[in-house]
Design a protein around this ligand. Structure first.
Ligand SMILES: [Fe+2]
Ligand SMILES: [Fe+2]
Length: 135
């Protein structure tokens, strides 16, 4: 089956480990899509949502550390965006009986694709600068 959403080279944030984490999150969104269209979304939804909560937290922690290490000036605003998504992901997780897989999919796909392309790519030049300076 074709993937629902693909990581593209222009999503790169100049840090291979963060790019890899974004690919894993996109993989989870594809799993969610597969669950939604397979019609047996209920058992799968719980397992996907578990991993989304865990993985989102791990990724945000790592990314916030990278932004701090390269003195990214807009880290505060960026952390607020993370906080919003963390809360939203937990809300979905705690209300799986009230939300549909489709709602989750639409929200998470839009949020992640926009966040990676806009907010995450905005720190990439600072990561590159830190690499050049050997930091
Ligand atoms: Fe981010
Ligand atoms: Fe990110």
């Amino acid at each position: 089956m074709a993937e629902y959403v693909l990581w593209k080279p222009y999503y790169s944030v100049a840090d291979p480990s963060l790019d890899m984490e974004h690919k894993i999150i996109i993989g989870l969104i594809n799993e969610l899509h597969a669950a939604v269209i397979s019609k047996k979304e209920e058992p799968d939804l719980k397992s996907i949502s578990d991993r989304l909560v865990r993985y989102t937290n791990e990724h945000f922690q790592h990314e916030e550390q990278v932004m701090k290490d390269c003195d990214y000036p807009k880290i505060f605003e960026h952390k607020l965006e993370h906080e919003h998504l963390r809360k939203k992901t937990l809300d979905f997780h705690n209300n799986l009986n009230l939300v549909t897989g489709r709602d989750m999919l639409r929200f998470l796909n839009d949020w992640w694709c926009e966040h990676i392309q806009e907010s995450d790519r905005a720190y990439a030049p600072y990561v590159q600068m830190a690499i050049r300076e050997g930091g």
